[in-house]
Write a protein that binds this ligand. Sequence first.
Ligand code: C2O
Ligand code: CU
Length: 532
Amino acid sequence: MKLSRKEFLKLSFAGGAGLFLPFGVSGCGGLTAGNNSAQGSAGALLKSAARLPEPFTIPLPIPPVLEPVHTDASAEYYEITQKVGRTEILPGLKTEVWGYDGIFPGPTIESRRGRQSVIRHRNELPVPTVVHLHGGKTPPEHDGYPTDVVMPVGSREAGHGNHGEHAELNVIGEGTFDYKYPLDQAAASLWYHDHRMDFTGPQVYKGLAGFHLIRDDEEEALGLPAGERDVPLMICDRAFTEDGSFDYPSLDPSLKGEPGVEGEYMSGVLGDCILVNGAPWPVLEVTNTLYRFRLLNASNARRYRLALDPPPREGASFVQIGSDGGLLAKPVNHNKIEIAQAERFDVIIDFSIYPVGTEVTLINELGVGSTAKVMRFVVAREGTEESRISPKLADLRPLSRSEATVEREFRFVRGGAKMDGMTLWTVNGEPFDPDRIDANPQLGAVELWKIRGLNLEHPIHIHLASFQVLTSGGGNGDAGPYNQGWKDTVSLASGGEAELLIKFDGYRGKYVFHCHNLEHEDMMMMANFEVV
Ligand code: C2O
Ligand code: CU
């Protein structure tokens, strides 16, 4: 990718449709290269050279909750420094992370519904960064548009972003920027992560991700598990080099020059080590009571089918109470949970069904060998039950097809544009162009989007606007078991399709929607809509 984005776009469109190459004749050895479908994920496996620990030996870390630096009548003010940190992820080795406050995961932010959070991000990393609050209803200037960069402290002339497109970057902060989040939205498990144009995959992989939870009175009145029994679980996969560094196949590992990954990883980077809250296959001691787990798949390319081993003798393994956008109308039972990148499942596990002393392993049925295990719970002692699962959770009005005023179709495919011999990932055959708007929904409107993934699995994420899945998978005509409630990300299986009812609420302006396989996103599977 030696061309600037502008030059590249000119070249590819000069040839028009003639540049569309049939699948299988791309410069990277064809469509199936790197499709690790056996593991249910698009991508190629990177194997660690470092020695990985025995699973279930390291205690589950809980990211610290960030304290505001001050508070006024309507807002909490926070400060986060994005910087390099060194941490022991693998026993006896140090891993360099690029983290919020230098840690991975970053600190958890906890906000109240309707109270603004203002977060001053200071960039002490060597590259430009962008912060996106995933799931947030945020005005466009604060949403982390991929070219709205915060430059490193003191680096104006330091030649950052010298990959030819610097001129097109919109520098919103020189060293720092105050991201303002109104958070006028229901209690939910959001997360924040880097979103820098062309470099989101490597920058998230290096550690730029954290939880942002919204709480509200309605949820607190339900008596769900709280305190130590309300546990965020950020699941992701990584590979490590021999000295314990994160291994990622960037073309330019400094992330200052050429973007992109080595050809065979074009479909996604899969690691062989599963981390939960930054620890490899950790273990958590629990009491024999209800626990709430906020599951987040923060992997670049890996998807999971989670199950408990052993499953409970009676009842469901997981009682789902919430999805991406907050609480469901009522609890939904699952014995397995399929979770794609960026999706959240808020679930209750009832450990009272297991005798004290039982080891319960959270497994990944889509994994093989080391990636088939996620973490372990040990039912260590008796506990007093203080919580319950109420049969009615949130007031959630299902949208109906007849409310949609506009219908649109988007295909997520590989093809339609090439760069340096690589067939890119595209939306309706077009690579991302910050200047092209593909949809102009009206503020307040409901639209029906029919989306389809033609050749591989793609988790599709829409900024700002949450949606309800009307149908998915094609076939039985419903949303499927894993698409309950308000969503911001929906998983498309290979060849799969979904119909979404999207409510364009909140703010006018330009936002992105994209594939959340981060390698697909960086390789241009992204487009714009502008709420008018
Ligand atoms: Cu989780 Cu556009 O991102
Ligand atoms: Cu994709």
